[in-house]
Ligand binder design. Structure first.
Ligand SMILES: [Zn+2]
Length: 410
């Protein structure tokens, strides 16, 4: 309503009262006085800054001044939003809205009016709500105190001496609310709720780690198979690792290496193994297929008989022509050929440590000088070449050039 409209309204009402009264000189004077006074009031309103407004009142006490009733409606809605209750509208008492004159700077806006409504409600406590994933789970006296409790919880899993960053897995917020007094939770409730929050801590740690040395195998053809020695002792290296460690409530779930500084390089271990044919007379096998008993011994070691004028240097096993002859043990072939000294086609294998084996009177040779053979490998076929009276294998063992009884080794 404009000031002029108000004046006209008032004027008409006053005139209505005096409509049936006999107009006297005094009444005219009074009327004139009133008219002039009213005019002065209107002029003072028009030429001053005063505006029409509504007082928002509870029991005669003005809690706010608003320019129109729409502001009250919006303010009430805003106030209800701040109340931690599903029935927020129950907590705002309905005030009286009375027309008044006021100065523009005394007019309250929507937020100020909402605040006044909340402050003048008897059943509400101004406090803060702990919001977990969008839900108000408990209330506490003020923002800073609650934030301090939350901060303490966040630091619970920090690793001292390192850079820590922590956050709650849940979306945690503090909002200022007006809580209905019967809904306000005590302190134990807030601690219980905070205790159930899950903390993710990311810590940047530096630690010294041992770097395992590598084992390198070096073959030595001068050493026999089975030879094993540490040529160089391995020593672990040291690295300084900068790592990011992610923990959930203190339990490590992820570790990522960010940086690495080599403090000491590892020293590789060098293992020397022999590749030359195995040494010694031990572990020899019978050099013909099947059981030894299948092959009649036609001459023992040391025998002197009609064929052997001097003591026999090996053992003779009678065997069918073409029977496979095996290497009694792995080694290197140092002779494979035919000689006129009585052995005919024969093979000599060196097993190292001065031990040689001889396979004589063969019909056929299957290996060459210099070749490495494995135990059981077919090296020749039984025959009767050289000084021989029938198909047989002459098998001989020498140790450092001395003949030994093969019967003791196969
Ligand atoms: Zn013989």
């Amino acid at each position: 309503m404009q000031p002029m409209e108000v004046f006209l309204l008032m004027f008409n009402k006053v005139m209505g009262v005096f409509k049936n009264v006999k107009i006297t000189k005094y009444i005219v004077m009074l009327m004139s006085f009133l008219a002039v006074s009213a005019l002065l009031i209107v002029l003072s309103i028009v030429f001053s800054d005063a505006v029409l407004a509504y007082n928002v009142e509870y029991d005669g006490a003005v809690i706010a001044q608003i320019e129109d009733k729409k502001v009250f409606k919006n303010a009430k809605f805003l106030a209800e939003e701040c109340i931690a209750s599903d029935n927020a509208e129950e907590y705002i008492n309905t005030p009286e809205l009375l027309l008044t004159l006021t100065l523009p700077d005394r007019i309250d806006n929507c937020a100020q009016t909402a605040h006044a409504l909340l402050e003048n409600s008897s059943n509400l406590i101004k406090c803060v709500a702990l919001n977990v994933d969008g839900e108000q789970v408990a209330f506490y006296k003020d923002h800073d105190s609650l934030q301090a409790i939350l901060d303490k919880k966040l630091k619970e899993y920090d690793v001292s001496g390192f850079e820590n960053e922590s956050e709650f897995i849940q979306n945690v917020e503090i909002t200022e609310v007006y809580c209905p007094s019967d809904k306000y939770t005590d302190e134990t409730e807030i601690f219980k709720k905070i205790d159930s929050l899950i903390v993710k801590t990311t810590t940047k740690v530096t630690r010294e780690v041992s770097v395992a040395y590598k084992s390198i195998t070096k073959k030595d053809s001068k050493k026999f198979v089975g030879y094993y020695a540490i040529g160089q002792k391995g020593v672990n290296g040291i690295n300084n690792n900068v790592e990011s460690v992610v923990c959930i409530n203190g339990r490590e779930i992820k570790r990522t290496k960010l940086e690495q500084e080599v403090v000491k390089e590892p020293i590789n271990e060098i293992i020397v193994i022999g590749t030359a044919a195995s040494s010694g007379t031990s572990g020899m096998i019978f050099p013909l297929p099947g059981a030894k008993s299948n092959y009649p011994i036609t001459a023992y070691f040391g025998a002197i008989d009609s064929v052997h004028a001097t003591p026999h240097k090996g053992m003779d096993f009678s065997a069918p022509y073409g029977t496979n002859i095996f290497a009694a043990k792995g080694g290197r072939v140092i002779y494979a050929g035919h000689s006129s000294n009585g052995y005919g086609y024969h093979v000599i294998i060196s097993h190292g440590n001065g031990v040689n084996t001889v396979y004589a009177h063969a019909s056929k040779l299957l290996v060459k000088k210099g070749e490495t053979v494995t135990q059981g490998q077919v090296i020749a076929k039984v025959g009767s070449t050289g000084w021989s009276t029938g198909n047989h294998l002459h098998f001989e063992i020498t140790v450092n050039g001395r003949y030994v009884n093969p019967g003791s080794y196969i």
